[in-house]
Write a protein that binds this ligand. Structure first.
Ligand SMILES: NC(=O)c1ccc[n+]([C@@H]2O[C@H](COP(=O)([O-])OP(=O)(O)OC[C@H]3O[C@@H](n4cnc5c(N)ncnc54)[C@H](OP(=O)(O)O)[C@@H]3O)[C@@H](O)[C@H]2O)c1
Length: 163
């Protein structure tokens, strides 16, 4: 199963200068809890923003470069290689974790969407591609807890593809 997981602000902004535009520890925790023990696929830019392969997950990175060779990381060089991987690992939930370039190409294959909506307008340079939510049903919506470390209202949403 292919799932897309991301956080966006009220204007669909997801990135700034190669990183997240916000610091929201509660969302980082959600990311960790949701993806631990699973497989994650990142585009080369997002992968480099992690600074290292994320522990306790199977890491896949998509890049045209032949120079990324980080130990346990599976490096794939085009979308077809990834779709072939997904076809051969149907029991895995594979989380596509961005960025925008990768979401643009893989949203058509997503069975599930895990979206964190942050009710704030940030300055950024990367936006989430447009999504037709008519193709998806909202199955879970959990408000996050705002506090001094997580100062913006935010909600964790999960959608499933309408077959
Ligand atoms: N808010 C969130 O939830 C969230 C999630 C993820 C990322 N982000 C942010 O989004 C930004 C990065 O997104 P981005 O769209 O600029 O970059 P990206 O999607 O992370 O990476 C793009 C790179 O992926 C590789 N790639 C893409 N399609 C490919 C294909 N079909 N075959 C082979 N390689 C392919 C290419 O690498 P090569 O150039 O090496 O070929 C391309 O330059 C950062 O600011 C990051 O922090 C935010």
């Amino acid at each position: 199963m292919i799932s897309c997981l991301w956080a966006e602000d009220m204007n669909h902004v997801i990135g700034k200068d190669g990183h997240l535009p916000w610091h929201l520890p509660a969302d980082m925790k959600y990311f960790k809890n949701t993806t631990t023990g699973k497989t994650i696929l990142a585009g080369r830019k997002t992968y480099l923003s992690f600074g290292r392969p994320l522990p306790n997950r199977k890491n896949i990175v998509l890049t045209s470069s032949k120079n990324i060779n980080d130990g346990d990381v599976l490096v794939l060089h085009n979308i077809n290689e990834f779709l072939e991987y997904a076809k051969n690992h149907t029991t895995e939930e594979i989380f596509v974790v961005g960025g925008a370039n990768i979401f643009q190409q893989l949203l058509p294959y997503a069975d599930r969407l895990y979206k964190t909506v942050i009710e704030h307008a940030f300055i950024g340079d990367v936006k989430m591609p447009e999504i037709n939510y008519d193709n998806f049903e909202l199955i879970k919506s959990t408000p996050g807890k705002t506090d001094e470390k997580n100062p913006y209202p935010f909600t964790f949403e999960v959608f499933t593809k309408i077959k």
